[in-house]
Design a protein around this ligand. Structure first.
Ligand code: PEP
Ligand code: MN
Length: 334
């Protein structure tokens, strides 16, 4: 059950509410986000919802039977739109495109990519400075200095930054430079990280775990929301299955299902989803047809020379063609 509290609720009404919740045998957690105050109450006993709905200081009350509550669409039918500043949004009617290299490699690479994005009207650049790599001997990113360079070029050109955070201690130093904190597939259930990201006022994009279910992804999102941050984006990036003809199995089914279950925006990542350059464009388009609110793409000035994920990066020419196809597909009404 989600109880939306009025900001003006008096201490007396609040105490009365706690009393009734205890009386019906429910446990509750108060959640204060950047936008609203909620009380999330869980329990199994049957009771008349009007006992709470009619109390003073209550804005609204909703029964939510899902394991996740605040991210569920059962209480919030309207889709969440996340504002990044300077008229850049995720969600709503406009398709969001995030593009850039797997890893930030050099200042020259950042400058070239920014110029390419600007020329194509793309407002969000991706690029990892902390890279989760299967081998400890692979390139692991330029770290905070790389992020500062990334920021320097994006900020002056009005481009927003999405970049991966791998551990709690990185959040604070990254705070002034990242617009969207990406939680990678390998950290999808790093609950300490999710708790900490719930305590900042920046957008967070949660990638589905390598073998993560839809329910687990939504519960991870619930960690962030219940800690106080409503600015959450979900990302389908493929899961591990028995199939090994491609890098991951991009689960396009997850997109309409997630949109039905949650009010949060959903982004599709066809680059990691299939992991094969020549098929990325088709899967990006398919993701949009499936209902994604946006696409995240790995793009590189010289894909064959990319330090990480070179096999799946699109060249600037390929990406440009895809952007115009994406625009056409997103203009269609489904
Ligand atoms: C990435 O975006 O480069 C990345 C490592 O993604 P994922 O966590 O989906 O593997
Ligand atoms: Mn990558």
């Amino acid at each position: 059950m989600i109880i939306q509290l009025k900001p003006t609720i008096s201490p007396k009404s609040r105490a009365n509410l706690d009393f009734i919740i205890a009386e019906i045998g429910y446990k509750s957690l108060e959640v204060k986000t950047q936008f609203q105050n909620y009380l999330v109450a869980t329990g199994t006993n049957d009771f008349d919802i009007r006992r709470i709905g009619s109390l003073k200081g209550i804005k609204d009350i909703h029964r939510v039977t899902d394991d996740y509550k605040l991210v569920s669409r059962k209480w919030k039918l309207n889709r969440t739109k996340i504002y990044l500043g300077d008229d850049v949004y995720i969600g709503g009617n406009k398709l969001s495109i995030m593009a850039g290299p797997c890893s930030i490699e050099s200042e020259e690479q950042i400058e070239n990519t920014v110029a390419f994005l600007l020329a194509n009207g793309i407002k969000i650049m991706r690029g990892g400075v902390y890279k989760p790599r299967s081998s400890p001997y692979s390139f692991r990113g330029l770290g905070i200095d790389g992020l500062k360079l990334f920021y320097k070029h994006c900020r002056k050109n009005g481009i927003k930054i999405i970049t991966e955070v791998m551990q709690v201690s990185q959040i604070d130093p990254m705070l002034d430079y990242a617009d969207i904190f990406q939680v990678g597939a390998r950290n999808a259930q790093n609950f300490n990280l999710l708790d900490a990201l719930g305590q900042i006022d920046k957008a967070v994009m949660l990638k589905r775990g390598i073998s993560g279910s839809i329910n687990e992804l939504l519960q991870s999102a619930e960690y962030v929301f219940s800690n106080g941050n409503e600015k959450i984006i979900l990302c389908e990036r493929g899961i591990r299955t028995f199939e090994n003809a491609y890098r991951n199995t991009l689960d396009l089914n997850a997109i309409p299902i997630l949109k039905e279950k949650s009010h949060l925006p959903i982004i599709v990542d066809p680059s990691h989803g299939i992991g094969i350059r020549k098929h990325v464009a088709r899967m990006a388009l398919a993701g949009v047809v499936a209902g994604a609110d946006g696409v995240i793409l790995e793009v590189h000035q010289t894909p064959e020379k990319a330090i990480s994920d070179s096999q799946q990066a699109l060249s600037f020419v390929e990406a440009k063609t895809l952007f115009s196809q994406l625009k056409k597909v997103s203009d269609l009404q489904f």
